[in-house]
Design a protein around this ligand. Structure first.
Ligand code: ZN
Length: 459
């Protein structure tokens, strides 16, 4: 590793989120190249050789960077619509707008979504993109380029829909692809962008949208394609009572049994939501290692219900956190989901025993890394892992009177991000992105949102 890129961070509290939950009240981290070289209590040891930069992080908490496991970037330009709907009514209201997106809109929305997350401590993002209108341009290229430009580690979940209304699905027929087109385009996206190496900045997953918008053939063949190419599988599952009813009517079984019958349970699979799961569904996820992206704000916004996260964790199911698309979670932030995961689950059956602040932080970091299949690279602060980390400022009015920094981070106001590093490179300083112009993005996303609204109104 190049000694001239060594960065020393000292005098901060550190929550490593390693297997033992090791924490330091005041400690140091040494970054070398794109890796964490050492960390521990007290000041950094002497004799480190050339140190390019020394950061006095007094008053800060260092944590692993947050890992987002479910999102739809394009929705950044359709926020604040259909605000009092359940999932199915909300989808039906928005499909006609979404079916008119094009490449400049998707690129602008991806930049907005990524920027909003990155400035709030996200270092690994994902985008489940499943709307590909005919003639809309190279949407995947726009999304991948946006993530690369911003310097955020990224998984593109190449989505698809092929079950339109005429086949009993929810989306209008003009919003879906054919089975063959969806599979071919997904394979091409994997071949173009998926990097399987340690420290990859871009990965691709195969991601048909949901049981109510995808044919059984696409579910089955999508799973086969992912396994042939050696990439992960992602979809929406068990989100609402309406979806459960849909599955029983169309397939004669609940969502989890349907996923099992189409090859969609396994340690290479993660699913968004998983709200309506009975004990045997949770046992099936645990037995197969199937992961869950818990999206508490979106589930509340769409009145979906409360996912049984404490039961999933007790059974050994891998669970991470997700923002979900910003048409159902307008904030677009992940750090607020740490708190919302805790609060929402305490409204459920386990009440005050539901989740601790430290479990919430683990969901947003190591849990997310596990769900994305990257727990060996990111998600905790340990020597040899990638240098993806955040310095949260804890000495201002908002947090200074809370003694425990993890409690302050999870239960307090959204903490300011003084610095965020991805792959050893700093991308945020004092809450502002170093890799993109936020004011320019605000103008562009507003213009693209207006253009989409105008095109939809004229159609
Ligand atoms: Zn979603």
């Amino acid at each position: 590793m190049a000694a001239d890129r060594r960065i020393v961070i000292e005098n901060c509290a550190i929550a490593t989120v390693d297997a033992d939950g090791t924490e330091y009240a005041s400690g140091h981290l040494v970054l070398a190249g794109n890796r964490i070289e050492t960390l521990g209590a007290g000041p950094a040891p002497g004799g480190l050789g050339d140190v390019a930069r020394r950061i006095d992080a007094t008053g800060h908490l260092a944590t692993p960077g947050l890992v987002n496991t479910h999102h739809h970037f394009y929705q950044w330009i359709t926020r604040g619509l259909a605000t009092d709907h359940n999932l199915f009514d909300w989808l039906v209201a928005l499909y006609p707008t979404w079916a008119r997106i094009d490449e400049p809109m998707v690129r602008a929305a991806a930049r907005g979504s990524l920027a909003m997350m990155a400035r709030g401590g996200v270092t690994t993002a994902m985008d489940h993109h499943y709307v590909f209108p005919r003639g809309s341009g190279d949407l995947s290229a726009g999304i991948v380029t946006a993530a690369r430009d911003m310097g955020v580690r990224f998984t593109l979940a190449r989505g698809s829909m092929d079950r339109g209304e005429k086949d009993g699905g929810l989306p209008p027929d003009f919003a879906v692809e054919s089975l063959d087109d969806a599979l071919a385009a997904t394979e091409e996206t994997v071949r173009r962008y998926h990097d399987a190496s340690f420290g990859a900045m871009t990965q691709v997953a195969v991601a048909p949208c949901s049981p109510f918008s995808v044919s059984t053939d696409l579910m089955r063949e999508g799973a086969e394609l992912a396994r042939r190419l050696g990439v992960r599988l992602h979809t929406h599952g068990s989100e609402t009572v309406e979806e459960e009813k849909f599955c029983h009517e169309l397939f004669g079984m609940g969502p989890t049994d349907y996923f099992a019958s189409t090859g969609w349970l396994g340690e290479d699979v993660w699913m968004a939501h998983c709200v309506h799961m009975n004990d045997s569904d949770i046992a099936a996820f645990a037995r197969t290692g199937t992961g869950v992206a818990h999206c508490p704000s979106s589930n509340a916004r769409l009145a979906a219900g409360i996912a049984r996260v404490p039961d999933m964790l007790a059974a050994g199911v891998p669970v991470g956190l997700g923002v979900d698309g910003t048409a159902s979670n307008e904030s677009g932030e992940l750090h607020t989901e740490l708190r919302n995961a805790l609060l929402v689950n305490r409204l459920g059956a386990h009440r005050e025993a539901a989740l601790t602040a430290r479990q919430a932080l683990r969901l947003g970091t190591h849990g997310g890394a596990r769900v994305l299949g990257r727990a060996g690279e990111i998600g905790s602060l340990e020597p040899g892992k990638l240098a993806d980390l955040v310095l949260w400022r804890m000495d201002t009015l908002a947090h200074a009177s809370i003694a425990d920094p993890v409690t302050a981070l999870v239960l307090g106001a959204a903490a300011p991000v003084t610095a965020s590093f991805v792959d050893g490179r700093q991308i945020v300083e004092n809450g502002r992105l170093l890799t993109a112009d936020e004011d320019e993005m605000a103008r562009t996303t507003r213009a693209e949102a207006r253009r989409l609204s105008r095109i939809t109104a004229e159609a």
